[in-house]
Write a protein that binds this ligand. Structure first.
Ligand SMILES: Nc1ncnc2c1ncn2[C@@H]1O[C@H](COP(=O)(O)OP(=O)(O)OP(=O)(O)O)[C@@H](O)[C@H]1O
Ligand SMILES: O=C(O)c1ccc[n+]([C@@H]2O[C@H](COP(=O)([O-])O)[C@@H](O)[C@H]2O)c1
Length: 219
């Protein structure tokens, strides 16, 4: 039997340990429990060391609608994730400026932590649209993609088939039929959003009057 060395017993070799890092991109206007459950479930199933939430700077595919200022979306994301020691929040997409492309998100995150293995977390709706994203073909070289099930959406199988099989995984997560759109509309109609979003986020929205009553959202 080969003799154990202190290094081998401790699992120490010349190879640095590769950290497994999730990246959860989103507009988070506001962040809700659907986002948090998806990130938590992927963290557990894939044994991730960390999940980085990355609020978009300017989500170009949502240019036809009003999006809350990035600083508000960033602060709501910080509030929502603060209690989980594995969750962090990155400003890369906000501080870069210009339209937000995931290819840039992944480049910036990899530059800051070379050698880490990245897992990009999306819902089934976002994954279905992935070939409309900038430089989509290169994304799968930079990260493993995890598509989370989402009530009301199915992943288009032809899209799934175009992604290299070893670079994408579909994951069934506890179903939460929550969307940011519905949270905003409910708040505008004066309906509660308690328990759809974290308590601190409800309070932040009220304090800053982020989603004021709007005549188009009838009670
Ligand atoms: N309830 C949910 N279950 C699983 N994934 C979700 C859920 N809600 C959002 N996601 C995923 O989280 C990511 C960020 O979503 P985003 O911030 O656009 O939220 P949204 O609820 O879809 O917003 P909106 O209603 O304003 O379009 C996307 O990949 C999206 O698919
Ligand atoms: O790279 C792109 O062109 C691209 C186009 C649309 C969406 N994305 C990313 O997909 C994630 C979810 O976006 P959204 O707009 O559904 O909140 C977020 O990280 C976005 O930056 C990326």
């Amino acid at each position: 039997m080969a003799a154990s060395t202190p290094e081998s017993l401790a699992g120490m070799t010349d190879q640095p340990c590769r950290r497994r890092v999730g990246v959860m991109g989103g507009t988070f206007d506001p962040i809700h429990h659907g986002h948090l459950v998806a990130a938590s479930e992927v963290q557990g199933v894939f044994g991730l060391d960390e999940v980085i939430f990355v609020p978009t700077g300017a989500p170009w595919q949502k240019a036809d609608r009003e999006v809350s200022p990035a600083e508000h979306r960033y602060l709501m994301t910080v509030i929502a994730t603060a209690a989980n020691p594995r969750f962090t929040v990155s400003r890369v997409d906000i501080d870069r400026g210009g339209p937000t492309y995931t290819i840039d998100t992944l480049r910036d995150i990899l530059a800051a932590r070379p050698g880490d293995d990245l897992f990009f977390i999306t819902g089934a709706d976002a994954l279905t649209e992935i070939f409309t994203w900038r430089d989509a073909g290169q994304l799968f070289e930079m990260a493993q993609f995890i598509g989370c099930t989402r009530p009301g959406y199915t992943i288009d199988i032809s899209t799934f088939d175009q992604i290299p099989a070893d670079r994408v995984t579909m994951l069934e997560i506890p179903a939460l039929a929550i969307s940011s759109t519905d949270c905003r509309d409910r708040h505008r109609r004066g309906e509660p959003i308690w328990y759809l979003v974290p308590d601190g986020v409800v309070q932040y929205i009220g304090k800053h009057n982020l989603y004021p009553n709007h005549p188009e959202v009838s009670p």
